[in-house]
Write a protein that binds this ligand. Structure first.
Ligand code: TYD
Ligand code: MG
Length: 460
């Protein structure tokens, strides 16, 4: 059936939701003014290719399936490898998304260069910039490598300036990794629509996915995100690809986040700083202010994937003169804050409802789970009593009944905490005798009530 016979259809350029009417706001992803009329049949380009693939496959008994060992490429950039789950898997399609100017091209070029030094053949296909611009970026990055440059190795990295993705695909088989910069600037000539149009972006992702699986070439496809933080054009690109990496800013840092990873855990993050010579890894970071800090400030170690991050929870608790006392939080789930305040209210008998409570998380991440319960409660009490506790790390969850419960992966958090000058950690009694560590004092709590005297009487 032709598109005309079906009548008009509209697609949300953001998430791919299809509607028979034009809508001002997408009911699926809530984007405004994102609907465009669909005016070309959907699968014009890839029918040929998919037929060829299916012809070469036949059903097999499961016992006769060969498990091929896929080649794995380590980028040897520690922060990137961890986020990727250890390596780039052969034949995978990785989407690297971020706002314009954030450093996608820089990171992709650094990955490409590092692999070429290891003798891998890498193609950097650019529609976004001229080859000469990529070369200038390459020269800057090379300066940062301080002499450890292998001119021979760099010859494995090829640049292709093109707009037509077909030109890239026709040579891609010769390479182990191909960078496509970007999915919004390349186009497939078989489609009428201009580059960056939703059908182009979708078709390009589809072509790259098919190509990567058939040939075993891995792809890193760069994509811009819109202000709302969604992958510009179709958010559903996320569903099509193997890995989605988001590059974001936090203060002066660049945070690389695995939003989706078919080969590893999602939620893993890597940290970088933009320097005059490309992105530099930040393997260890802390948002702790010097010890002996102010009342209301409590250190906490969160886990982002496998990576422990030291940050600070800062609370300000003041007598309220409002009918409904203020409850404000940044970087902390407001619902969780209310739950913690209710627990304090009931078991510590503190009339916390007469106080305004403001909580801020100082660090590159937001806290959504329950692991920071004890630390948040401690920061509230520390501010309330004006007693500093900056040299104690609180690692426990709170049950609605006021019990202090364990947090996952305490040993990893403990190791990270020990890198800073802390006096001790406060955690659940359930760890009693399980944590063998003589280098730091460990205080075990059964119930939240014990927190009151601990903080009120804490001597620095
Ligand atoms: P770029 O990788 O071009 O971002 P994207 O591809 O996401 O649009 O880098 C963007 C910014 O980084 C640009 O403003 C210049 C700056 N930059 C540096 O500060 N140092 C460098 O070594 C490089 C290559 C870029
Ligand atoms: Mg770029």
């Amino acid at each position: 059936m032709s598109a005309k016979l079906k009548g008009k259809r509209y697609i949300c350029e953001n998430c791919g939701y299809i509607s028979s009417k034009w809508l001002g706001r997408c009911p699926n992803c809530l984007a405004w003014n994102s609907f465009k009329e669909i005016n070309e049949p959907e699968h014009q380009i890839s029918g040929d290719r998919s037929l060829r693939i299916s012809a070469s496959r036949a059903p097999l008994p499961i016992t006769s399936v060969n498990v091929e060992t896929l080649e794995e490429m380590k980028t040897q950039i520690g922060e990137v490898d961890r986020v990727l789950g250890g390596r780039i898997v052969q034949g995978s399609l990785i989407l690297l998304a971020g706002e314009p100017g954030i450093g996608k091209s820089t990171l992709a070029l650094q990955i490409a260069l590092s692999l070429s030094y290891q003798g891998k053949k890498v193609l950097y296909a650019t529609a976004e910039e001229r080859a000469s611009q990529v070369k200038l970026r390459f020269d800057r990055i090379k300066k940062g490598l301080e002499g450890s440059i292998d001119e021979e190795g760099a010859n494995n990295l090829h640049i292709l300036e093109a707009q037509n993705l077909g030109e890239v695909l026709s040579v891609a088989d010769d390479y182990q990794l191909v960078v496509v910069d970007s999915v919004q600037t390349f186009y497939l000539p078989d489609l009428d629509s201009p580059p960056s149009n939703i059908s182009q972006v979708k078709a390009i992702a589809h072509e790259l996915m098919t190509h990567s699986k058939v040939t075993g070439t891995s792809y890193i496809a760069l994509a811009h995100v819109t202000k709302e933080g969604l992958i510009a054009g179709p958010k559903y690109l996320e569903h099509m690809v193997d890995v989605v990496l988001m590059l974001e800013t936090y203060e002066s840092f660049r945070v690389l986040r695995a939003v989706k990873n078919r080969y590893g855990r999602s939620g893993e993050i890597g940290l970088f700083e933009m320097t005059p010579f490309g992105l530099k890894e930040v393997p260890s970071i802390s948002w702790l202010t010097p010890t002996g800090s102010d009342p209301g400030v409590v250190p906490f170690i969160t886990l982002e994937g496998l990576r422990p991050i030291a940050l600070e929870i800062q609370a300000l608790v003041t007598k309220s003169y409002l009918e409904r006392p203020k409850r404000l939080s940044w970087g902390l789930d407001p619902v969780r804050l209310n739950v913690i305040l209710s627990i304090i209210n009931k078991y510590l008998n503190l009339k916390i409802y007469q106080y305004d409570v403001i909580v801020n998380v100082n660090g590159a991440v937001s806290l959504w789970g329950q692991d920071s319960d004890l630390a948040v409660a401690a920061s509230v009490l520390s501010s309330l009593y004006s007693k500093p506790v900056g040299d104690l790390v609180f690692l426990g969850r709170l049950s609605l009944q006021g019990r202090v419960l364990p947090v996952p992966n305490l040993p990893a958090r403990l190791e990270e905490a020990k890198r800073f000058k802390i006096k001790g950690i406060i955690t659940s009694r359930q760890y009693y005798d399980k944590l063998r560590d003589d280098t730091v004092e460990i205080i075990y709590l059964d119930r939240v009530e014990e927190l009151k005297s601990l903080i009120r009487d804490h001597q620095l």
